[in-house]
Design a protein around this ligand. Structure first.
Ligand code: BGC
Length: 780
């Protein structure tokens, strides 16, 4: 690609310039034409009057000084041979030139293009951005990712991207440097951001002469507004917010938008009308997190046909389905899917509303849920890019910051462990060894970095408390860093070291696998020496999270697991009133293994399904359509850090699929799939299906007073290990009458912990067991 980047001369108006040139192609048949373009922050390419491609907010965000993405388009059908053609770029600031305080931008927007044309006689033509291009201001007089956009329709220049446009009054462009003297280009392989759907209002009301609109769903995107009869120069303004407030309190029916929690983001778009009969506006170079908007100065009455919310996100098909006989859980699942949908914008973002939208690394915990919910192939490309971002941003000696792309200097081992754990999630869901190989050097450097910190103090293999920045973030009981920082650190250190040992083994690096495995077992011993009290079966301060971490990490000494689980269960009952007491680090542990394995399935089900705060169902019953940032977001309006749409607490989605319905990769890439549903006494049925890399896996279970039914579909080239709740194997039938062990494709393996375990080959099966399911009610 040519290394001249065009930038408009003396033309900074709103940092959203139009750039254009014209060129004549030879009078020969065009065999193929490809345009390669990069615009940073964001930009759109136009050829002969029409926009190329359907993506928006393109290209994806990167640490531009290190690496920048370009898009390639087949434009063969958009060019004219033997005639004048025009090409244009419309630039926006995006992440490259964003406004807010400490997240400073890098420079003004710029673009580069190379258009390669090949004729049918083999000859070629090339068009590039150079100083013959011209530039002018666009109708977008202000644009900022956080603050919003102002569009002045009075200064539109119709035809600017078409041939024979008179650009005599436009300035010439200057060639400027790329983002740094030493950055890499990468083709944008991850799925682009698109407008994926449109939502009409569920309610429109008036407040003080303005229109307040409720779309019924918290989204990320913008609003499309149709305006009838505005006078020339009339400015119509749209403010965006996630919730409504009344006197600083969450309220579902006032017309006051909660703009306070947006902090420095204005989230306001303004359209200045040109005075046509009907005008339609939607922004180009910003996006907002919102459910409600307030429209100021709208001419006439705003009707549902005049306004729609456009959902804007990294485009992927939703492939997962989950449903249970408890509707609260279905609502929580809805919140999970919308939480993912609205926080996926070329990187996983924390929340789309306030002045952040960063790749906070602790949110990698949503990755596994994402593979269940969305197209595997696109999700994989999305995370491949984010892991490359990690590789670029790793500092010397293996240090990784808490946001990727790197915006801050802090580190925390439970945040940056995405460096290792996210790669492993990718591998588990796909079996893709290349992704392990590509990231293995980074993973080893990362764990070696923490190992060097773990040997700084006398407590060898314990990562000192001073390296903890955020604690068990947003735990409802102990705020932030209070609880056991060195224990939190060392948990992460063990977990990542163990994962690296597994990665080394998967890559056939047996010496390294042994070395990391040995190191992990030394860390485990040190962890238990320092934090485990075998007389009381407790860990550290004895908070719910400390147990959960130890059990989830596999750190509990062999033989002590049941005693620790019993102690945790009684701690939950006696000290936490049978409610969640964990923060973002240990909640996953609580759900995913700590208790599930030791007879407390009903207790975990209760923690997930009970309707009081803190809990997911509390959010759902209080109007949430996405997951809140804090367990108590409803009481934290104006606290300085509060979103009603955050990726935190996403692990409940993973729990639905892997535990409640019980679909897990038994081997990486689902070559062997484990179907092991947990069956809470109170739930009648649960089902899920997911499109894995091997095809669709579907599971549905239903329990009656004297019967348990499990339907399973296993895709081709896959073997299933199916756990059927049953008192004894002879009580299990496949189909209507056939004893399961005699059914085609089914082999009986063993009876274990109230389940009969079978191996099945590809196909669909219905297992019936006529035994009464075991009651695992906990003592509440
Ligand atoms: C972000 C979180 C992050 C936290 C740490 C918040 O503003 O939204 O994702 O973990 O900051 O400080």
């Amino acid at each position: 690609m040519d290394n001249v980047r065009s930038h408009p001369q003396g033309q900074e108006r709103g940092h959203s310039p139009l750039l254009r040139t014209e060129f004549t192609l030879e009078n020969k048949q065009i065999e193929s034409a490809r345009a390669h373009v990069s615009t940073i922050g964001w930009g759109e390419l136009y050829l002969n009057g029409a926009k190329v491609g359907t993506e928006v907010l393109n290209p994806g965000v990167t640490d531009y000084e290190e690496q920048t993405l370009y898009s390639s388009y087949d434009v063969t059908d958009q060019l004219f041979s033997g005639q004048s053609n025009s090409v244009g770029l419309w630039l926006g600031r995006g992440f490259y030139d964003k406004s807010i305080h400490d997240w400073t931008g890098l420079g003004s927007p710029r673009g580069i293009l190379q258009l390669n044309v090949e004729y049918n006689d083999g000859s070629t033509d090339t068009v590039v951005t150079d100083t013959s291009w011209t530039a002018d201001g666009s109708p977008i007089t202000k644009n900022d990712i956080y603050d919003g956009e102002t569009y002045d329709a009075q200064v539109e220049q119709p035809g600017w991207a078409s041939p024979n446009f008179d650009d005599g009054s436009w300035s010439t462009v200057t060639a400027v440097q790329g983002p740094s003297s030493n950055f890499d280009w990468h083709p944008q392989r991850l799925p682009p951001i698109k407008v994926t759907n449109s939502i009409r209002p569920v309610d429109i009301s008036q407040n003080d002469g303005d229109w307040v609109v409720d779309f019924g769903q918290t989204i990320a995107g913008w609003v499309e507004l149709t305006i009838d009869g505005a006078r020339e120069g009339q400015d119509i303004t749209i403010e965006h917010a996630e919730v409504l407030v009344d006197d600083g309190e969450l309220s579902h029916d006032t017309g006051n938008l909660n703009m306070e929690d947006l902090r420095d983001a204005d989230a306001t778009d303004t359209y200045i009308a040109k005075g046509d009969d009907v005008e339609t506006y939607e922004p180009r170079f910003t996006y907002h997190g919102f459910r409600h908007v307030r429209v100021f100065n709208y001419p006439g009455e705003l009707s549902p046909d005049d306004i729609a919310a456009k959902v804007v996100r990294t485009e992927r098909e939703a492939n997962g389905r989950f449903s249970a006989s408890n509707d609260d859980l279905n609502d929580v699942h809805h919140m999970v899917t919308w939480g993912l949908r609205t926080n996926t914008h070329s990187i996983p973002t924390d929340c789309p509303n306030r002045d952040e939208r960063h790749g906070w690394t602790e949110i990698f915990r949503g990755a596994s849920t994402e593979y269940y919910e969305y197209e595997t192939e696109k999700t994989h490309r999305f995370y491949e890019k984010w892991m490359r971002d990690h590789r670029y941003d790793m500092r010397s000696k293996g240090m990784v910051a808490v946001t990727i792309p790197d915006q801050v200097s802090e580190e925390d081992p439970n945040w940056s462990k995405s460096t290792v754990q996210c790669v492993w999630h990718m591998y588990e869901h796909t079996g893709d060894k290349r992704v392990l190989a590509d990231n293995y050097p980074m993973m080893t450097q990362y764990v070696d970095h923490w190992q060097s910190r773990a040997t700084e103090e006398d407590r060898e293999h314990i990562v000192p408390a001073k390296y903890n920045t955020f604690g068990d973030w947003l735990a409802p009981t102990t705020e932030e860093i209070e609880n056991d920082p060195a224990m939190l650190n060392t948990f992460a250190h063990y977990q990542t070291t163990k994962t690296v040992a597994n990665a080394a083994a998967a890559l056939g690096k047996s010496n390294e696998a042994r070395m990391y495995e040995n190191r992990a077992s030394t860390i485990k011993t040190a962890f238990n020496n320092h934090f485990y009290d075998e007389t009381t079966n407790t860990y550290g301060s004895g908070d719910m999270g400390t147990f959960a971490m130890a059990m989830h990490g596999g750190l509990v000494p062999k033989g002590a697991e049941q005693a620790v689980a019993d102690e945790l269960a009684s701690t939950i009952r006696n000290e936490y009133d049978n409610k969640i007491g964990t923060g973002t680090i240990s909640t996953q542990g609580l759900l995913m293994s700590a208790l599930m394995e030791y007879g407390y399935e009903d207790l975990v089900y209760h923690l997930v399904s009970q309707p009081e705060r803190p809990g997911w169902v509390y959010m759902a019953r209080n109007g949430a359509t996405t997951l809140w940032e804090r367990w108590d977001s409803d009481t934290q309006i104006g606290s300085g850090m509060n979103s009603f749409n955050h990726r935190l607490w996403m692990e409940v989605g993973e729990w639905f699929y892997t535990k409640l319905v019980g679909i897990q990769p038994a081997t990486p890439g689902f070559e062997r799939v484990l179907i092991k549903p947990v069956v809470p006494t109170e739930l009648e049925h649960a089902s899920a299906e997911t499109e894995t890399i091997r095809g669709k896996i579907a599971v549905a279970w239903e329990q009656y007073t004297d019967e348990f039914v499990l339907e399973v579909t296993i895709p081709g080239n896959t073997t299933g290990e199916v756990w059927v709740l049953a008192n004894h194997q002879s009580a299990v039938y496949e189909g209507d009458t056939c004893p399961a062990e005699d059914a085609t494709g089914v082999t009986y393996l063993r009876h274990e912990n109230d389940y009969a375990v079978f191996e099945v080959s590809a196909g669909s099966y219905t297992f019936h067991s006529d035994s009464t399911p075991v009651d695992k009610r906990f003592d509440s």
